[in-house]
Design a protein around this ligand. Structure first.
Ligand SMILES: Cc1cc2nc3c(=O)[nH]c(=O)nc-3n(C[C@H](O)[C@H](O)[C@H](O)COP(=O)(O)OP(=O)(O)OC[C@H]3O[C@@H](n4cnc5c(N)ncnc54)[C@H](O)[C@@H]3O)c2cc1C
Length: 419
């Protein structure tokens, strides 16, 4: 069967790969001139199996209130006259209920463990170059109060089958000596030795090249206007090429991998996807002093900032902003990330050479991606990966290929449309 994958970000390209390997004839459409140029371009770089807890958890409403009005707050809400934003926020609050947060954490952990294993074997099989590092992730706590909850988190991770160890300040410094400059303020950490990091954009591009070698067709510079459907059956996609020519592309089945732009495309078919854009920022800068730049990937738990070494560069990412599809870059957000680097990793980078970037996380209220069968006859989803699209990419795509081949994927995850 010929499958049309809509979107060539991390999710679309991994979907194309696993579908091709399962024997499908595959085409991919994207409005950009190459793969991975939107949200998958400059993310935090973490394969963070050790962070399955969604933002929607019982402590989130109080934390969000504390941040309200702070210009440098990790989370910022810009209320709009947009019913989709309010619907999403209400659903987010519902997902903060303890039982729902627990269920979401378990589902994400199951998919993340599966995904890390898929990524490992793909890397070994294809030898993809993407600044991969397998040195683990250190979760850092800069206040005694925050660190008090760390032992319980380690126990939760152990229950979920994820290796992690509680670390004193001295142990943290032994694992990552580049943190010496921040030692005074450090309360302790959690070390997840099996976690990884790497450049998601380079991975996406390298895998897209392997897809092409394997016979996948890519239609770049091709904007998708709408799905042409008869009732629940999609007949074709209406597209526009770079020259402005409007035409149609058709296949036997369609997979939606359009990130934050997924809901608008399927809404006319009566399908409602609970995905809303949550903007985040990153800076990427050349390493100035190799002894001061970490090799172990870092997560600052209270600032909600992550940091990954990508070869000779350091990537630092964070912040969450609910402001619709606005992708403009606010230099103040970049400055607050640079201040974090100066405080925690002084001298690691040259801030004058930092490149600032912003992307829209395709977020569902509980951070559970939508993977599986849509209600439309030949409509499938692999979208809504929110904060963990890099971590979950290979597992989500492998699971979707299993579902489309009529099988049952192994992770205990709420795939949609399954009896
Ligand atoms: C600041 C930040 C830090 C992050 N850090 C991490 C991290 O450390 N670890 C992690 O696991 N995840 C992280 N993420 C999340 C991760 O980057 C995303 O979940 C992931 O990139 C989403 O991939 P995607 O393919 O679904 O979306 P995208 O990469 O946005 O791909 C969607 C594609 O659809 C195309 N498209 C959309 N509309 C149309 C149209 N009408 N016609 C044609 N093409 C269209 C776009 O051009 C795009 O290429 C981070 C995200 C951000 C913003």
């Amino acid at each position: 069967m010929h499958v049309m994958v809509l979107g060539a970000g991390l999710t679309g390209v991994t979907t194309a790969w696993y579908l091709r390997r399962a024997g499908f004839d595959v085409s991919v459409i994207d409005r950009q001139p190459a793969a991975g140029l939107e949200t998958s371009y400059a993310n935090g770089g973490q394969i963070s199996v050790s962070h399955p807890e969604p933002w929607a958890n019982p402590s989130a409403p109080l934390v969000a209130l504390r941040w309200l009005g702070r210009i440098d707050a990790p989370l910022r809400l810009r209320p709009r006259r947009d019913p989709a934003q309010w619907r999403w926020l209400l659903a987010f609050l519902r997902e903060c209920l303890p039982a729902r947060a627990r269920r979401n954490t378990e589902a994400i952990a199951a998919l993340a463990r599966y995904s890390a294993a898929q990524l490992r074997s793909l890397r070994e099989e294809l030898g993809l170059g993407y600044e991969f590092l397998g040195r683990g992730i250190l979760h850092l706590f800069f206040s005694e109060r925050a660190f008090r909850g760390a032992a319980e988190r380690v126990a939760t991770l152990a229950r979920l089958g994820i290796r992690a160890q509680l670390c004193s300040r001295e142990e943290v410094l032994a694992i990552e000596p580049a943190l010496t400059g921040a030692a005074e303020r450090l309360a302790g950490g959690i070390f997840a030795p099996d976690d990884e990091s790497g450049d998601a954009f380079r991975f996406t591009q390298a895998l897209a090249a392997k897809c092409e070698e394997a016979g996948v067709r890519f239609y770049y510079n091709t904007r998708i206007h709408r799905l042409l459907h008869t009732g629940g059956l999609i007949d074709a996609v209406e597209v526009e090429d770079a020259a402005g020519h409007v035409g149609q592309l058709s296949a036997g089945a369609y997979v939606i991998c359009l990130g934050s732009y997924s809901p608008a495309l399927v809404a006319p078919m009566g399908e409602r996807l609970p995905i809303y854009p949550v903007k985040g920022y990153s800076i990427t800068a050349p390493v100035a002093d190799p002894a001061r730049a970490p090799w172990v990937s870092l997560t600052d738990e209270s600032a909600r900032i992550v940091c990954s070494r990508l070869g000779h560069r350091l990537r630092v990412a964070g912040t969450a902003e609910l402001n619709g599809f606005d992708t403009t870059i606010d230099p103040l957000r970049g400055q607050s990330i640079l201040r974090w680097v100066e405080r925690r990793l002084p001298g690691a980078i040259d801030p004058a050479k930092a490149q600032l970037w912003a992307g829209l996380r395709p977020a569902t209220p509980g951070n559970i991606p939508v993977i599986g069968k849509g209600r439309g006859v030949n409509l499938w989803y692999n979208t809504g990966h929110g904060t963990l699209g890099w971590t979950l990419a290979c597992g989500s795509a492998a699971a979707l290929a299993t579902l489309m081949s009529g099988g049952r994927p192994s992770p205990a995850f709420p795939f949609v449309g399954r009896a």
